[in-house]
Design a protein around this ligand. Structure first.
Ligand SMILES: Cc1cc2nc3c(=O)[nH]c(=O)nc-3n(C[C@H](O)[C@H](O)[C@H](O)COP(=O)(O)O)c2cc1C
Length: 282
């Protein structure tokens, strides 16, 4: 995927937007780019769509979002086919892909917000017909951010401390989870790790952890075992988002490498911490 701005700039700019300017339409050429991107990014296991709730006079209650979203013109929708692959890898892949789309929208100057729970699936089902074994995985509003935020939006940001991220020392480690990773030991990867740290995550839980071992960066995720299916999927989506930020930044800096499963670590679980993948330099 091509971006006009630097990926570091795009990642730094992105914020979840819940209040949109209902007087400002998205230009047709931008809608076209988004639609093309949604088609390009689909795989056998998931597809994307974009829906308008335009026929109503005001943009209020366009799509039932329980008041969380106001004024959005369009909604991007991610749909997963449950028959494809294993749930874990599919959710990780989905997170990685949908975040690329979110960053593309940010590059175009548009606001977005990952939403797994605050939308009405039934109402959406009247607009998009699901095929057998498909479910709605994600919805994101799309539009221009309003200058003035509503109190509900301010609360939605304050509760999960959306403007904050955990400190470097809480997220990145060397050889084991006890030894914090020194910034000097990361060389040019420091910026890729900083961009990973800015990843959005469900309720801003920031469940990703990195252990550097030799030249590899091992990604782990802290699983929330509340048992609801979508809570666990969210943790994997979050892991995919973190991989996306890391790999796009590495690519921009000119660091070649890729995320690969280390068979010796795969399925390693320690309490709630689960191995996801390893970034190997090439
Ligand atoms: C997988 C995922 C699911 C999310 N689900 C919701 C949601 O249902 N409703 C909502 O308002 N925000 C949702 N968010 C947005 C997060 O609350 C937000 O990303 C986080 O607080 C960090 O804020 P930021 O995106 O502005 O950096 C979700 C984010 C992610 C990554």
């Amino acid at each position: 995927m091509k971006f006009n701005q630097s990926i570091v700039e795009i990642i730094t700019k992105r914020r979840s937007v819940r209040t949109y300017d209902a007087t400002k339409n998205i230009e047709m050429n931008k809608v076209k780019v988004i639609k093309e991107t949604l088609i390009e990014e689909r795989t056998a296991g998931f597809r994307f769509d974009v829906v308008s709730f335009y026929e109503l006079k005001t943009r209020k209650e366009r799509l039932g979002t329980y008041g969380f979203i106001k004024g959005a013109e369009l909604f991007m929708v991610g749909i997963i086919n449950d028959d494809y692959g294993d749930r874990k890898n599919q959710s990780i892949d989905f997170g990685r892909t949908f975040e690329r789309i979110i960053l593309k929208a940010t590059d175009l100057g548009l606001g977005t917000c990952w939403m797994v729970s605050t939308f009405n699936r039934k109402q959406l089902g009247q607009k998009i017909i699901l095929r057998d074994h498909e479910h709605f995985a994600i919805v994101s509003p799309l539009g221009y951010s309003a200058l003035k935020k509503r109190p509900v939006e301010r609360i939605m940001r304050q509760l999960p401390k959306s403007d904050q991220r955990k400190h470097w020392e809480e997220l990145f480690f060397h050889n084991d989870f006890k030894t914090p990773l020194a910034r000097e030991d990361t060389g040019e990867y420091r910026i890729a790790l900083e961009m990973l740290r800015l990843s959005p995550s469900a309720a801003n839980t920031q469940p990703w952890r990195i252990i550097k071992q030799n030249d590899g960066y091992n990604l782990y995720v802290i699983k929330d075992n509340r048992g609801e299916r979508h809570v666990i999927d969210c943790n994997y989506n979050d892991a995919g988002i973190a991989m996306c930020h890391f790999e796009l930044t590495a690519e921009e800096i000119g660091l070649s490498g890729e995320w690969k499963l280390d068979p010796l670590k795969n399925n390693a679980r320690e309490n709630k911490i689960e191995y996801v993948s390893t970034w190997k330099s090439m």
